[in-house]
Design a protein around this ligand. Structure first.
Ligand SMILES: [Cu+2]
Length: 534
């Protein structure tokens, strides 16, 4: 009896031991397989692929990490879904969430323009010209009104802007006002919103901007050549805050590929640029100068507006020891100012910083640098005179309290997925595709006016794609499943190699809006699509 009990117990213990081991093993295999299957499903979204990819800069090294919120529970949702359990919101809940998030935007920026009746009329000609970029050399460029950067048009919010434009270039052209919410017919996209303007012809652009801020304009025909040759200008829409600063300055950052005799290298869309991240130049300029220097005095408060007009180069800004705060991104005020060190200024992006020059800065020189991909490029300097200063203007950092918190959007399925990739065609031809299509072939989508829409960009390539939407602002929702609550809107977001980025927008402007990569070589090789708002 005792013997049997003992043996039975031993068998029981042995059996229990094996059962536990077997259970642990099965569980391990299950999770390993589930993880593998999940990783395969999300290939290109960064999981397990990042180390092998081209670009060395990563989202996790940028200023954005300060806005990262809790991890999205995608993996666990996937595990639950294997058992037929869904923790995703039902269709009814999705509708409710979208309604709530849409309402959270109200008041953050207006639906309609509010014209004050004042017309501001300007004339502008695009034509070949010469400028001095490298001291002692005349560089042949294409320019607006003979200057690079082109004219800086400053108007007040509510003014109606009218531009009588003449094309004296040897090519067709158009003008697109980047970031400005214009009537669709004024958006300057050939074949979508207007026919191209032929050499010798004119066109009148007229609109009332809805939002104050820093905007720029450039051609949308052969932009890889026309922007590179020097065609870009600035539109600043001022508001009551603009007058409070001692100085309102502009740094347009560009890079040029110049030959030995300081001429624009005239072979465009060459294979190495097309294959990789577009045309990166060998000379970086600010306001078309090799070394921009801003002379200032202690006690001055400066609004410094950055615009990246480069074809392809991405900058990571470093302000050194300056007391600088970011106050506006892509034209629009931020909810709360933040430290701009590490800010990624991709092609098309703008950043406005509020700089305070303190008494103890007397006689100092501050260098503003670009450190993208570990580089160390000096963009320009701020030199403080060695003189007694004045009192710093004391007013709160401009901000927009109504920038919504859209974190909940991370739970929603995307309304539109855009897969970004390249395709090799025969004869060494390469195209950049969105959902397998190269523009003018595209995957159409329609968003309804004043509804909440989520767009997912999945970058299956090993290159950078700063994605720009015409006609609307959006907010970043997540990167590779990490929920982000940036305190600002954007019109352009950098999608890193292999990464998946979600953004959301509530369109207030009807029409056919181009959406494209702002690496101009990628855009021209097909990475463009059209979003219809009705
Ligand atoms: Cu691209």
């Amino acid at each position: 009896m005792c013997y049997h009990v003992k043996v039975n117990n031993q068998i029981q213990i042995m059996f229990n031991g094996h059962k536990k081991f077997a259970f642990a093993l099965v569980t391990l295999i299950f999770f390993a397989y589930a993880f593998y299957a999940y990783a395969m499903m999300h290939r290109g979204s960064g999981m397990g692929t990042q180390g092998m990819l081209g670009g060395s800069e990563r989202a996790e090294n940028s200023f954005e990490t300060q806005f990262y919120k809790e991890e999205n529970n995608d993996f666990w949702s996937y595990i639950l879904s294997l058992f037929g359990i869904s923790n995703k919101p039902s269709e009814k809940e999705q509708t409710q969430i979208k309604e709530k998030l849409k309402n959270a935007l109200y008041g953050a920026y207006p639906k309609e323009a509010n014209p004050n009746g004042l017309l501001r009329e300007f004339n502008m000609v695009a034509a070949p010209s010469e400028v001095e970029i490298v001291p002692g050399y005349k560089t042949r460029v294409w320019a607006y009104n003979g200057q690079v950067p082109g004219p800086i048009f400053r108007i007040k919010l509510g003014d109606t802007f009218k531009l009588n434009f003449k094309n004296n270039l040897p090519q067709e052209t158009t003008i697109h006002f980047h970031g400005v919410r214009v009537p669709n017919a004024m958006d300057g996209v050939p074949g979508v919103t207007q026919p191209p303007i032929k050499p010798g012809e004119s066109f009148v652009y007229k609109f009332t901007p809805k939002d104050p801020g820093t905007y720029w304009f450039h051609p949308h025909v052969r932009s890889f050549e026309q922007v590179e040759r020097g065609l870009y200008g600035i539109l600043i829409v001022e508001d009551e805050v603009s007058e409070k600063y001692d100085r309102d300055e502009l740094w347009v950052v560009d890079d040029w590929r110049l030959t030995q005799d300081a001429q624009v290298y005239s072979y465009f869309m060459i294979m190495p640029d097309l294959m990789h991240d577009g045309r990166w130049g060998n000379v970086i300029t600010v306001n078309a100068k090799l070394k921009e220097s801003l002379k200032t005095r202690p006690g001055e408060r400066i609004r410094l507006r950055f615009v990246n007009s480069s074809n392809a180069r991405i900058y990571k800004l470093d302000f050194g020891g300056l007391d600088a705060k970011a106050i506006a991104v892509d034209g629009m005020y931020v909810k709360e100012n933040f430290n701009p060190n590490g800010f990624i200024l991709a092609p098309g992006n703008r950043l406005d910083v509020d700089i305070k020059i303190h008494q103890q800065d007397k006689g100092k020189t501050f260098v503003i640098k670009d450190t993208f991909e570990g580089q160390n490029n000096e963009l320009g300097e701020i030199a403080v005179a060695d003189v007694p200063g004045k009192k710093l203007p004391d007013f709160p950092y401009p901000h927009n309290d109504l920038v919504p918190d859209w974190r909940e959007a991370a739970k929603l399925p995307a309304d539109k997925l855009y897969v970004l990739d390249k395709k090799m065609l025969g004869m060494g031809r390469i195209v950049w595709t969105i959902n397998g299509k190269a523009y003018p072939d595209y995957d159409p989508v329609t968003f309804k006016y004043d509804t909440f829409n989520k767009i997912k960009f999945r970058n299956d390539s090993n290159n950078y794609h700063p994605m720009h939407l015409h006609g609307q602002f959006f907010k970043l929702i997540s990167r590779d499943g990490k929920v982000i609550d940036e305190p600002f809107f954007r019109d352009t977001v950098l999608v890193y190699p292999g990464e998946t980025v979600e953004v959301a927008t509530v369109p207030y402007d009807k029409g056919r809006w181009l959406s494209h990569c702002h690496i101009l070589e990628h855009a021209d090789a097909g990475m463009m699509t059209v979003v219809e708002v009705e």
